[in-house]
Design a protein around this ligand. Structure first.
Ligand code: DGT
Ligand code: CA
Ligand code: CA
Ligand code: ZN
Length: 576
């Protein structure tokens, strides 16, 4: 059992205990322990195997250590099973509703008997929730609005989470000698921000052996169906994986078919028809009167070529503009991680980051970047120990010194992530901001303001000559929080008018701007900046999530400002 899984079970245990009114101290211990375990470099299960004393680990107390040992040795927790006899596991879904929190969830469960999202919705609609103490009409409406998000969170997982499963499954399947080719198709391959299920394809002459091997994958909790060449299972009682085993000569056709999207495939089939061909998951066939002759299917490239189409990058297969582009021979040359030269949004220990300026700079160097901007939070974000003008000026002095002492051409830009306050003012005075190289404007408070008010705040920030870019412009958190009410066209217009940049935040839970908005920003000629918003050196690895989203929007290297050399970037923002 890996650390992530252990952390997840501990978190669930704390959530379930919350419904029993267990003492808050105990809950906090489990939750803190879960957080620590997730970040721990050592594997808990190997420590348990070696009989190491877990309590010696920072942040792990006696009760957490005992649970870890039980989990690693038996694969489950007795206490959890007992709790699940009293409390239906569907109550945990209630916690996915934004604004709900464990206390409120426990209240609707105990006082109204609400056990799942459907019942919660009904109780809100009947006005029962607003009658409870601590709830009002407004909360009830907020909960009702949030139910859709919780339902979606139950059905789709983040691309980054799917990617972890893929990595693990890939290595499991590659241990099977009967497997030839192996690929994960569907929305995962298209890089969609959330994934409903995984569609795994394998080539083999022995489907039985492949399915038998798949069935041994450790996270499988049930088999939904098993046929001669296909099989569907559930992992951890929730996430579905479909496996299809195909002969080698059909691999390309199957990969094309199961990568989708459905809408893209509708157009592919109509193209085939025009050419007197037929296409399905086994191949492309030439129809000659009564007979059908197989003409392609081994590789995806062959399949598309036979249809006189380019082998579209999977991220473009959404039936948006790809066929028009192909017609005009104008398919975009999509951006890659290797195109990135800088990262312009990150935090250090001065605010809520975990590493120093130097450590972040060294990690960026090691990843082959040429420059970064240090952009700690401004003072309004008290929770993150945000910086005031004086601390910022001191930090920038320190950055000047580090740059001066550097033995290479790596550049650290002096920046800040400056809050746009609820009243529209910037959190840091202009006579401080004017000394920065790179000023990010962000909304972190007042996210529920009416559309016009939030729009005015962001447009106002864009008009401020000292700001360079707006971070995570719509504020959404995937499966957790809707975007703000925002007139994005007004934001785009302001960015064009003032020559400002917009962010694609690469954090896999944000991916903000999202693909369709990025495409619209590109049509407006607005330069995009792809940033990791790292809070630790390992955060730089998130860049690939942003790149996937950018590719889905058809962005090329030239659409993204931090693919430029630092001098060109500074020229673009009027600082050189
Ligand atoms: P998801 O799983 O909801 O994130 O989205 P997809 O796109 O992975 O959808 P899924 O898993 O239902 O099917 C995978 C691909 O297989 C889909 O993108 C296209 C193809 N496919 C599945 N069912 C059909 C169908 O009924 N007709 C056609 N033309 N293609 C299908
Ligand atoms: Ca799928
Ligand atoms: Ca599927
Ligand atoms: Zn940030």
């Amino acid at each position: 059992m890996d650390n992530e899984k252990i952390a997840k079970v501990l978190g669930q245990l704390a959530d379930l205990l919350e419904f029993t009114g267990a003492n808050a101290f105990r809950l906090r211990a489990y939750r803190n322990g879960a957080r620590k375990i997730k970040e721990l470099p050592e594997s808990i299960s190997s420590l348990v195997d070696q009989k190491s004393d877990l309590v010696k680990l920072d942040g792990i107390g006696k009760s957490v250590a005992e649970k870890c040992i039980e989990l690693c040795e038996t694969g489950k927790l007795k206490q959890m099973d007992e709790l699940l006899e009293e409390i239906p596991s569907t109550v945990l879904d209630l916690l996915n509703v934004p604004k709900m929190g464990p206390k409120k969830a426990a209240a609707v469960f105990h006082e109204l008997g609400v056990e799942n999202l459907e019942q919660l919705k009904a109780a809100c609609e009947a006005g029962e929730v607003s009658q409870l103490s601590g709830f009002g009409k407004k909360t009830e409406q907020a909960i009702l609005d949030g139910i859709a998000i919780a339902v979606a969170a139950n059905e789709r997982i983040l691309w980054s989470a799917a990617d972890k499963i893929v990595t693990k499954l890939r290595s499991h399947m590659q241990n099977c000698t009967a497997v030839g080719g192996l690929e994960f198709a569907g929305s995962y391959r298209r890089g969609k921000e959330t994934v409903g299920d995984l569609d795994m394809l394998a080539t083999s002459t022995d489907a039985t052996a492949v399915m038998d091997h798949f069935a041994e994958f450790e996270d499988i909790t049930s088999t939904i169906v098993r046929g001669d060449t296909k099989m569907s299972v559930r992992l951890d009682d929730e996430f579905q994986v479909d496996l299809r085993v195909v002969p080698e000569e059909s691999f390309g056709a199957a990969l094309q078919y199961f990568t989708g999207s459905k809408e893209h495939n509708v157009q592919v089939r109509s193209k085939a028809k025009q050419l007197g061909l037929k296409i399905n998951e086994w191949g492309v066939y030439k129809i000659d009167g009564e007979t059908e002759q197989w003409v392609a299917g081994t590789t995806e490239a062959d399949v598309y070529k036979t249809l006189s189409l380019p082998c579209f990058e999977p991220e473009l297969r959404e039936s948006r503009q790809e066929f028009d582009w192909a017609e005009l021979d104008q398919l975009p040359d999509l951006i890659t991680v290797e195109d990135m030269r800088g990262d312009l949004h990150m935090h250090t220990t001065a605010s809520d980051g975990r590493a120093s300026i130097r450590e972040m700079a060294d990690a960026a160097r090691q990843r082959g970047l040429e420059y970064i901007a240090i952009t700690d939070h401004s003072k309004r974000v008290t929770m993150a120990n945000g910086l005031d003008g004086q601390r910022l000026l001191a930090q920038w002095k320190e950055i000047d010194a580090i740059n001066a002492a550097a033995e290479d051409d790596f550049v650290i830009l002096k920046g800040v992530e400056c809050d746009i306050l609820e009243n529209g003012d910037m959190d840091i005075e202009d006579d401080v901001l004017q000394h920065a190289d790179w000023v990010i404007a962000s909304v972190h408070y007042g996210q529920n303001q009416p559309r016009q008010q939030i729009t005015d705040r962001i447009v106002g920030a864009i008009a401020n000559p000292n700001i360079t870019m707006v971070a995570h412009p719509t504020g959404r958190l995937l499966n957790k929080r809707e975007a703000y009410e925002l007139d994005l066209n007004a934001v785009f217009q302001a960015a064009v008018e003032h020559g400002k940049l917009l962010e694609l935040n690469a954090n896999p839970i944000r991916l903000d701007l999202k693909d369709t908005y990025l495409a619209a920003a590109k049509r407006n000629g607005i330069p995009i900046v792809i940033n990791t918003d790292s809070h630790r050196p390992a955060g730089f690895a998130d860049m690939r999530f942003g790149i996937k989203q950018a590719r889905r929007a058809g962005l090329t290297k030239s659409d993204v400002a931090n693919t430029k050399k630092v001098n060109q970037l500074l020229k673009l923002i009027g600082k050189a």
